[in-house]
Design a protein around this ligand. Sequence first.
Ligand code: OGA
Ligand code: NI
Length: 372
Amino acid sequence: MDVVFRILQVVASVLILEVTTWHPTRKLSICLAKGKMKEDKDARWFELECVPKEYIFPMEYRPQNLDSPVCDSIPVIDLAKSKAANGHNSQPVEEILKASQEFGFFQVINHGMAEKTVTDAINVLKEFFDMQAKNTTGTVPHTKGYIYTNSTDFAKDGVHLWRENLKHACHPLEECVRLWPDTPTRYQEVIAAYIIEIQKLSSRILEMICEGLGLKQGYFKDTSEVQLLSSNLYPPCPDPSLTLGILAHYDPSLLTILYQGGSTGLQVMKDGQWVNVGANPNAFVVNIGNQLEIISNRKLKSVKHRVVNNTHETRRSIATFVNPSPDCIIEPAKHLVNELEPSLYPASQYKDYVLRNKAFGDYTAAIQNALR
Ligand code: OGA
Ligand code: NI
């Protein structure tokens, strides 16, 4: 009996050795385009059976809680309430303030933007990314009027993000539009219409924040513009436990307004844990950027967030950054500073802040030059 047991032990240890030593090699050796040969020029970079090593993040960056439930406590705020009978509009103001203090994030529904404006924008961006895939010479970044970074964009320690990204300036709109991609042909018209609506929505939200903080009306009026659009394509990923769509970061904006359609993937840090933000195709996700945290003397929080990948779905997002103008001096509002609550931040010109913090990564200087 002992002999049989011993033989089984040896066989088992050989098998385990076999599995542990050859598993990674086997994984890499089958890392070919799905159903195609590796050389197939038509295969997009993400159409793979497994994750190439260039996309595998070191352990400490990898997402841990991919299966954790969607956090339903991030507030979804109905903006139609602000138009409630007899002009009484205090409820969304309070909700927005509370969400901005507790989470730094909230979603808005009944925001008044026509569905068509949003779906047109998503569709034209989809076409844009599809066209890049066929453009085999397109080893961008193309930094003329816009920046398109495909999978050759090294994000951290030489590891690629599992995404493609398009960025461009949006202010002043009439001047910027001409520098945007001109294929698809409707790109400029459709995205300009989207930006105009986002500008209206952001002004409305900033007015409510003003009211909530007790700042005078129009406090942000001359210093907040939708300056930058950053659109992402996060393709399905064979093993999302190894990759990231966007590394953990804070937004250097005043306010960010994100459209994420019906797909999850956005995670927000709450009490030391990553929580998943729910997806609602009728909502915009709004988050407080670093500049609003400064102006509010940390009454409102700019919160760390990131994007994780998923196996089956394609995530598409449009982030619009509402920023102060580059020359604007950003400091805590005088009204919010007193003996008991001294200023927590030194004053700084926004453009200096951006350059000092390399707010847009490797492209900070290029983006800063494009912003006015
Ligand atoms: C960003 C961002 C989230 C997303 O662009 O700053 O956080 O879902 N984007 O693309
Ligand atoms: Ni962000």
